[in-house]
Design a protein around this ligand. Structure first.
Ligand code: C2E
Ligand code: CA
Ligand code: CA
Ligand code: CA
Length: 280
């Protein structure tokens, strides 16, 4: 199939081809080792409060620098991790590490409301494994401001098994975490799910923030208004330009995340960033 495609397209297909066939086994073994040896790193991307123009929190994003293959994109190794069940230890690692990190930052850099951090969760973590227990054990070990650890789930995840998912999410909130609906606007049943699930935050998908369709400004405005009317905070993802930032400010969007404000960075850089900000 891929052979029929010309130069560039074949290049573009190579990463996903690697995950099929025999190679997937090596990748699985490598990934297992990487988790054990903690070769997987977590970077944190700043999320800004638009009204206050300051850092309000971070999203944790995993990175795997493979010794031979170089950086493996998260979408690729997360799908391997999901198929092989490795997502369970990987997910717990990200949750635990991020919670500890956040607790340190909250202690060092006090602000009101306290800094938050959000962690992405896969369907397999939620459905096949007891995410409730993971959150519970992390919360009991780490001292965090209530609601400051946010769990991000996508619309498609929620739709897989809405009844069960609703129960799990309600329990997770009771444990003191908060919930964000990721990639909002890319699924199908957005509106009914917003009502049925106890989300605190919706994250507007990048395609609404950066797209160039004629109806995009109206859609953006509608989503921001919807979030506000439902009492949820709204994060715009993928903000890359000053112009987009200004547009979001005018719309009254609460938070923004994107390369315009900052790339995902390692914890040392986060500390420097918060440090500099405090001295201003
Ligand atoms: P996501 O949750 O939608 O994360 C946002 C993605 O957009 C990140 O890609 C981030 O680096 C990128 N991004 C942020 N700002 C901009 C921008 O201004 N422009 C553009 N073009 N991109 C921007 P990344 O880090 O490659 O992660 C891709 C996806 O991998 C994530 O999408 C998430 O679905 C998944 N992922 C990452 N870390 C984890 C994790 O720890 N667990 C799970 N289950 N999934 C994860
Ligand atoms: Ca996310
Ligand atoms: Ca997203
Ligand atoms: Ca995504």
């Amino acid at each position: 199939h891929a052979k029929r495609l010309g130069g560039d397209r074949l290049e573009a297909f190579r990463p996903s081809l690697r995950t099929h066939g025999g190679d997937a086994l090596t990748m699985e073994a490598d990934l297992r080792k990487a988790i054990e040896k903690e070769e997987i790193r977590i970077l944190y991307q700043p999320i800004l409060s638009i009204a206050e123009n300051r850092i309000a929190g971070f999203e944790a994003l995993v990175r795997w620098d493979h010794p031979k293959r170089g950086r493996v994109p998260p979408q690729e190794f997360i799908s391997i991790a999901e198929r092989t069940g490795l997502i369970i230890p990987l997910g717990l690692f990200v949750l635990d590490k991020t919670a500890r990190q956040l607790s340190q930052w909250q202690e060092e850099f006090e602000q009101d409301p306290p800094l938050f951090a959000s962690v992405n969760v896969s369907s397999r973590q939620l459905i096949r494994h007891d995410l409730i227990n993971d959150v519970k054990s992390v919360m009991s070990r780490v001292d965090l401001a209530r609601g400051s650890l946010k769990i991000e789930v996508t619309e498609s995840l929620v739709m897989e098994n809405p009844e069960y998912t609703a129960k799990v999410l309600i329990r997770i909130k009771e444990l003191g975490a908060s919930l964000a609906l990721d990639d909002f606007g890319t699924g199908y049943s957005s509106l009914s799910y917003l009502q049925r699930f106890p989300f605190d935050t919706i994250k507007i998908d990048q395609s609404f923030v950066r797209g160039d369709g004629k109806e995009r400004p109206l859609l953006l405005k509608t989503i921001v208004g919807l979030g506000r009317d439902l009492g949820m905070s709204v994060v715009a993802e993928g903000v890359e330009t000053e112009e987009q930032a200004k547009e979001l400010k005018l719309l009254g969007c609460d938070y923004a995340q994107g390369f315009h404000y900052g790339q995902p960075i390692p914890p040392e850089e986060v500390r420097r960033l918060l440090d500099r900000r405090q001295r201003v």
